[in-house]
Every structure is written in structure tokens, then in C-alpha cells.
Design a protein around this ligand. Sequence first.
Ligand code: AMP
Length: 217
Amino acid sequence: MITLALSKGRIFDETLPLLAAAGIEVLDDPETSRKLILPTNQAQVRVVLVRASDVPTYVEHGGADLGVTGKDTLIEHGGQGLYQPLDLKIAQCRMSVAVRADFDYARAVRQGARLKVATKYTQIAREFFASKGVHVDLIKLYGSMELAPLTGLADAIVDLVSTGNTLKANHLVEVERIMDISSRLVVNPAALKLKQAAIRPLLDAFSQAIAQGTHAA
Ligand code: AMP
């Protein structure tokens, strides 16, 4: 049995065409079903639904043989104990710094001010500001980051930006682009050895679909 860990939403939806390229069809819709283990048309392949930030943990510890996870989540997890063979080029977005439109970020940085930065991505934020030589106090949040500068909790946020609509709706502006983000395939190295015959064809089908570029939105 091969177990693939996915999170509901964008990653699940954008992984489906890749699975289809490997001849795999998930037999339940996570939006309507409450099941956490979803069968597929192949008796030897199943999908487990976990929180996005738990995908690396499941795969690292063998709760799943492979999984799909954002580069952001992977960096925060550390990536230890995970084989990362493929950039799937799905769920593409960027990690950025944003502030209130009336906050002079460039001036604050120039003056060496100590910035309060709210984010779910403390590892990425810490490394980024350290590389710029900017002193920051990091405030860990788990969601609704956009609210932090509006309420005075923070001067800036570090968050994922896709269309930019969420920032705009909250009168925030993007002032730095930290890195491009997309989702990766992660594989448990022991599973790759033990279940080589089942996992290899899957990796090959995925890379072929990525090379053809037909799967990504
Ligand atoms: P947007 O309004 O399109 O810029 O999307 C921004 C919102 O969606 C923010 O709350 C982000 O945290 C979230 N978001 C955007 N892209 C992704 C992604 N690839 N994975 C997870 N969350 C995302």
C-alpha cells in the first residue's frame, strides 16, 4: 500500500491532475466527505488528508510514504528526513513582506529601526531579516496575519501572496518579495527503498506531467 498525504484545498485540487497523469483517481471528494482516508481507483494507493503544516511530519515519520507540501511549510519544518525529488510547480505564489500603506518601510529600514513583524513563517522571516541586517521582534501568529498591522500589533507581516487581493482589501502594500513558493513532492526515504517498484512509476509520471506543463493552473 502506498499512502499519499495531501492537505485540503489548493494542494489537493492541483495534485489531482498529476495523479490523473499517473492513472490515479481519488474516489471521494474531501469537500463533501468527512473521511480522512480516501481510496483511489488503484487498490494499492490511498490518500490521507492532513493539515498542510503536518504533511512533512507524516512523511518524515512514515505515517505516509509521500506527500505534497509548500516550500514555505517545508522550510518551516526543516525538511529533515525527507527526500525532495520534485518541484511540482503547483500552488504557486510568493512569500512577501507587507506593511500598512501609510508606513514608511524603506525609511524604517534605513534608520535601523527595530521592526515588529507578525508571521506564521518565523523561520523564513528570521533568516530574511538577518540577511538584510534588520533587527526584528517576531510575533508568531497562526492566521489572519493581515490584521496585525491594522491593529498596531506589528509594523509588518510576512505572508504568502498570490493575486495580492487580500493585501489590497486590507490596505496593505507589498514592500519586499522574499522568495517564490510552489509545492514539492516529499518522500520518506525508507519507503522509497522498500516500495521502489510502486513509487518510482509515480515519480516518473509526475515529472513527465510537469515537463509537459499541462497540469499547472
Ligand atoms: P491573494 O489574495 O490571492 O494574494 O492570496 C493571499 C491569501 O491566500 C493569504 O492569506 C495567503 O496566506 C493565502 N495563500 C495564497 N497563496 C497560497 C498558497 N499557495 N498556499 C497557501 N496559502 C496561500
